[in-house]
Design a protein around this ligand. Structure first.
Ligand code: EPU
Length: 420
């Protein structure tokens, strides 16, 4: 197991390129099992453990997969012969549930482990299963496994009582090959959902309304292989913007989409950052200032993303006043708070809000990462802190950030990965 050693309090300066979006690529990889005849190629795939895990999962099903150095993945689903997602793989990555809809829709059967516990909250998948049942699937749960059968899924209205990102994606994928029309209401509107819908449309699906809360899918008989480039990762984009802001630096992000992070940028502007953009770059300049306090409340897109909450909490620890951070999506997503407190942060938790009283500076300490975005926030805190911060259990960060320490070093950070 590795740890990161960070010597902080250096403004980050320079350019960095944003990788492909994890949460767009994972459903696309799963959707690929629905292609008949021709292979699927996905470009701009980030180098991440979650991608490797998904490729392993698909390989174990018999799908032929290959990846080149240009981060392009080719999949040949014609060799699939095992419609089974085992616990050993699913437990390391909840997104594995995304194979359920495509397998059921294309092959009429799937056995997928229930994802189980998760550090950031309970994260059930009942809404995915209810919707598939409504589409005609027979679903049973035995010994921790979901077994689903259905000769032909049938299109129908699906109204999600809570907006769910992977739930919307699972049903979007399942309905592509269903008989008739599926109308998904209260659908997630995240850019990754739009990217998946565009990917499926190129494969031959008949989808409209993606990016709104109502998505309509007319089932088609067959989907085919394509070559598609995934969109840039908006959470990596936001994380690097905060890295610049928390160190008082000036950074230009290349291959970044401004409109996908507008709400994060609004908050960073409130915090005092100067931000400019072009079609595919964003430049942030914090002019060596301490951030001003902010108020944030997380919610489904286009509201403030829960996946950026921990990073903004880190920024608030050194703000010139009191920030209020309210988490509305996951009930246990403040695991970073205790670790930040060990670095001198002054944070009080009240129900689902963190009240963060900014201090002049943080001091380096040994801290432990508990989940992906919490890991990112501790690295950010380490970049701002005086002295040395050691971030342990960083295997979480490798699940979702492509070469994070190389990219930070490129911006002048003093950060090193060492074996523990
Ligand atoms: N929910 C239910 N029942 C369900 C499904 C969801 O009650 O059947 C609830 C959840 O408990 C939560 C809310 O609905 O309170 C929203 O959860 P959602 O289903 O949208 O989350 P998810 O699809 O499991 C995706 C991302 C997460 C991101 C959330 C919210 C992927 C692979 N994962 O998770 O990303 O935090 O949406 O935006 O797309 C990450 O990348 O670090 C990450 C955790």
């Amino acid at each position: 197991m590795d740890k990161l050693i960070i010597k902080g309090a250096n403004p980050l300066i320079g350019d960095v390129s944003i990788s492909g979006a994890k949460n767009a690529v994972l459903p696309m990889l799963c959707a690929s099992v629905m292609a008949s005849k021709t292979n699927v190629t996905i470009r701009n795939v980030p180098h991440l453990h979650d991608v490797t895990t998904t490729l392993r999962l698909l390989s174990e099903m018999g799908c032929t997969t290959s990846m080149d150095e240009m981060m392009s993945v080719e999949l040949d689903p014609s060799t699939i012969n095992n419609l089974y997602a085992p616990y050993d793989l699913v437990k390391t990555m909840r997104a594995s549930i995304l194979v359920l809809g495509p397998l059921l829709s294309r092959y009429g059967h799937a056995k997928v482990s229930l994802p189980g516990g998760c550090a950031i909250g309970t994260r059930p998948v009942g809404l995915h299963l209810d919707a598939l049942t409504k589409m005609g699937a027979e679903i049973s749960i035995d010994n921790g496994y979901i077994t689903a059968h259905c000769k032909n899924l049938k299109g129908c209205p699906i109204n999600f009582p809570t907006t769910t990102v992977t739930g919307t994606e699972n049903i979007l994928m399942a309905s592509c090959l269903a008989k008739g029309t599926t109308i998904i209401s209260n659908a997630a509107m995240e850019p990754e959902v739009i990217d998946l819908a565009n990917f499926l449309i190129e494969m031959g699906a008949d989808i409209s309304g993606q990016g709104t809360s109502v998505i309509t899918v007319n089932g088609v008989d067959e989907l085919h292989g394509i070559s598609y480039s995934a969109l840039p990762d908006r959470i990596e984009t936001g994380t690097f913007l905060v890295a610049a802001a928390i160190t008082g630096g000036r950074v230009t992000l290349k291959n970044a989409i401004y409109s996908h992070v507008e709400i994060v940028i609004d908050i960073l502007r409130e915090a005092g950052a100067e931000i400019h953009h072009t079609d595919n770059t964003i430049t942030i300049d914090m002019k060596k200032q301490r951030p001003k306090p902010v108020e944030i409340e997380t919610g489904p897109y286009p509201q403030f993303p829960t996946d950026m909450q921990a990073q903004l909490t880190a920024l608030s620890t050194i703000a010139t006043g009191v920030s209020i951070i309210k988490e509305n999506i996951f009930e246990n997503r403040f695991m970073h708070v205790q670790e930040m407190t060990r670095m001198g942060a002054d944070i009080t938790l009240e129900k689902n809000s963190a009240i963060v009283r900014g201090t002049d500076s943080l001091v380096g300490a040994q801290v432990m990462a508990t989940d992906l975005r919490a890991s990112a926030s501790l690295i950010l805190a380490g970049l701002a802190a005086h002295g040395v911060t050691e971030v342990e259990r960083i295997y979480h960060i490798d699940r979702g950030y492509d070469c994070i320490e190389e990219k930070l070093r490129q911006l002048g950070a003093d950060i090193l990965r060492v074996p523990m």
